[in-house]
Design a protein around this ligand. Structure first.
Ligand SMILES: CC(=O)CC(=O)C(=O)O
Ligand SMILES: [Mg+2]
Length: 222
């Protein structure tokens, strides 16, 4: 099948988990003043936060004054992973997606100060824009591919997955010790430096190597 026709919702199961890794690039940890973690830092997003390209705009959540983009490589899980060994991880991955881990930074800062959970910052509707599905053949080396983000045509993030603190086999193996990963689950692998604000009227675009680009409009919630 031609890659261009591979709508991601055929591969990612909408009812399934989205496990996200935070602070997985040193330059991003530095820009937000966070320590580089000694083990993967995990949180989740609900399936209701998905936004496929051409299915509508990113909607700024109610009351949010500082919505940030975070471009990330997504791993689409192909077979069940429970206590999976690092050497078996790549064969359990069905493919990839380009993703944006949208974050209401002001909500997140408030939550961090109060020791509250991050759901209000990370899980709102449209908080997870995703590209179409990329097969394993599309990406020969997922651990060495560039990922970038532009806001209104200006480059804001320009990283490479080779700079991850914890690599893909380690991340999936680690996650699977705590949460059984199932076919159709998605794993977001963290963002490189350059996260920044988007607001109503902006156009955000992102890309993964020369394999794919995606574009979304941003709207305020009426
Ligand atoms: C500070 C964050 O929001 C962590 C995160 O999502 C990341 O990608 O890093
Ligand atoms: Mg993130």
């Amino acid at each position: 099948m031609a890659a261009a026709s591979q709508n991601i919702s055929k591969f990612v199961q909408w009812g399934r988990k989205v496990v996200c890794v935070g602070r997985n690039y040193r330059d991003h940890c530095a820009e937000l003043g966070n320590a580089v973690p000694t083990k993967p830092m995990l949180f989740m997003k609900p399936a209701s936060s998905y936004l496929e390209e051409d299915s509508g705009p990113i909607v700024v959540p109610l009351g949010c004054k500082d919505l940030h983009h975070e471009v990330e490589l997504g791993l689409v899980i192909g077979s069940q992973c429970k206590d999976i060994k690092e050497e078996d991880v790549m064969s359990s991955i069905a493919g990839y997606a380009l993703t944006l881990d949208l974050t209401a930074r002001d909500f997140q800062e408030e939550a961090k100060k109060k020791g509250h959970p991050w759901e209000m910052a990370k899980c709102f509707d449209t908080a997870l824009p995703v590209s179409r599905f990329l097969s394993k053949e599309d990406i020969s080396d997922p651990q060495n591919i560039s990922l970038w983000c532009k806001v209104n045509g200006e480059i804001t993030q320009n990283g490479n997955t080779s700079d991850m603190v914890f690599n893909i086999p380690h991340l999936v193996s680690y996650i699977s010790r705590y949460f059984t990963l199932q076919p159709g689950d998605l794993v977001l692998t963290g963002t490189p430096a350059g996260v920044g604000p988007i607001k109503e009227g902006d156009i955000i675009s992102a890309g993964l190597g020369d394999k794919i680009t995606m574009k979304f409009n941003v709207q305020h919630r009426s």
